[in-house]
Design a protein around this ligand. Structure first.
Ligand code: GLV
Ligand code: MN
Ligand code: MN
Length: 409
């Protein structure tokens, strides 16, 4: 009998993908929206049939606990996130949650009772779309972002994360509260690779060695609104023109012959957004990634220098949103993933994660590992994200092995 039920795992992805379905094969289930709440409610319905005990911490991270033979020992955690990009796929994050659930269900079916409890964690707002920063729930859990700061984040309509979370907690009803920062014995997260490497190398399992560093910034340029027909260029303080200069200089700054630096302006807004008013304000985001901390620091300085040098006659404000340093996972944990994969007949590939994950904050708190499976064409953050059903099952089986081992320690 296989370690997991591949059909059930596939069907649960399909069921979750109906919540927030875009109609083009993708999913829009932004953090702390009604769709996110409905996704969590569906998960809770599956979890309650298994007798898992649900709790939420003050930033909304959801924990589903399966008790062990020694219920007071530190639990082993597994999980990921259920929120998606606005034009997201069915697997980014969802896989880590459903693979964890599948492992717990298959343990229940086989009568496996581990020494330590195992907790399935659903992190809040991993994607950082509606509320910034990205990986908000795990950042707050790890103390990298203050709770008050995260709860004070506002969406485009001015709604705070605090109010959105209160609405979710009320809608979910009955879920017990737990304090922030509870401890885990170890953390293992399964995820699709979101890149092309495993597929190109024809491997089913990636043993993730670490996660590259990520810094996110909000840039705000303040100029002056003016009439588009009457105001000569010499009298304008056009925030778009300043942004255009800054963005061109930033692209020169991040040029990298090796192609390692990742630089994205994913959101750009000019206000007031009227065709015949000179924009008085521009806001945009920067997402900057590199495996080397020194390079990230130099680029951070470069961003600040360019913004102050190129903004005039406007003014620029650079607000750091997130700083997650490059992370190397515990070598013994990576080895556990490799060994479990080999036992199950998959030759693993060591891989550094280009995408970020909640595991990066867990790595500072307890031994942490990630298991990658391929996604078709390496495509992710895209509605056409796709995987092979047998890869979902293979990754879950590796996860089952590793969790069982850790939970017996
Ligand atoms: C996660 O979604 C990331 O931005 O890498
Ligand atoms: Mn993800
Ligand atoms: Mn993502």
């Amino acid at each position: 009998m296989p370690l997991t039920n591949a059909q059930r795992l596939w069907e649960r992805h399909e069921a979750l993908a109906r919540i927030g379905a875009t109609g083009r094969g993708g999913v829009c289930r932004l953090a702390l929206t009604a769709e996110d709440t409905a996704g969590r409610a569906l998960l809770l319905s599956w979890a309650s049939r298994l007798g898992l005990i649900a709790e939420m911490d003050p930033i909304g991270n959801l924990f589903l606990r399966r008790i062990g033979r020694e219920p007071d020992t530190a639990p082993v955690w597994t999980g990921s996130h259920l929120d998606t990009q606005p034009t997201g796929g069915k697997y980014d994050g969802i896989y880590g949650v459903l693979a964890g659930l599948e492992v717990l269900e298959s343990f229940a079916e086989r009568g496996v009772v581990t020494r330590r409890p195992i907790e399935l964690v659903v992190w809040t707002d991993e994607e950082g779309v509606r509320f910034q920063p990205t990986t908000m729930g795990s950042a707050v859990h790890a103390g990298a972002v203050r709770l008050e700061e995260a709860l004070g984040a506002r969406d485009a309509d001015g709604v705070t994360a605090e109010d959105a979370l209160a609405a979710q907690m009320a809608a979910l009803g009955g879920v017990a509260r737990r304090r922030l920062g509870s401890a885990a014995h170890a953390y293992v997260e399964a995820h699709i690779e979101q890149g092309p490497v495993l597929e190109a190398e024809r491997r089913v399992i990636g043993a993730v060695t670490g996660i590259q560093g990520l810094r996110q910034f909000a840039i705000a340029l303040a100029g002056e609104e003016a009439h588009a027909g009457t105001t000569p260029a010499s009298r304008r303080k056009d925030a778009f023109v300043a942004a255009h200069r800054i963005v061109a200089a930033l692209h020169r700054l991040v040029e990298d012959a090796t192609g390692t630096t990742r630089f994205t302006i994913g959101r750009f807004q000019a206000a007031p957004g009227s065709p015949n008013t000179v924009p008085g304000r521009v806001e945009f985001t920067i997402d900057l990634r590199h495996p080397d901390l020194g390079r990230l620091e130099r680029l951070t300085q470069g961003i600040a220098d360019i913004c102050s040098r190129e903004a005039a006659p406007c003014t620029a404000a650079v607000t750091p949103l997130l700083d997650s340093t490059p992370v190397a996972f515990d070598p013994a944990m990576v080895e556990r993933v490799r060994a479990a994969a080999r036992r199950l007949g998959h030759e693993p590939l060591d891989i550094l994660s280009g995408a970020t994950h909640d595991a990066k904050f867990m790595a500072g708190l307890c031994p942490t590992a990630m298991i990658f499976i391929p996604c078709r064409g390496g495509v992710s953050h895209n509605e056409s994200e796709a995987v092979e059903p047998e890869h979902l099952a293979a990754g879950a089986e590796v996860l089952a092995e590793v969790l069982r081992e850790l939970a017996e320690e």
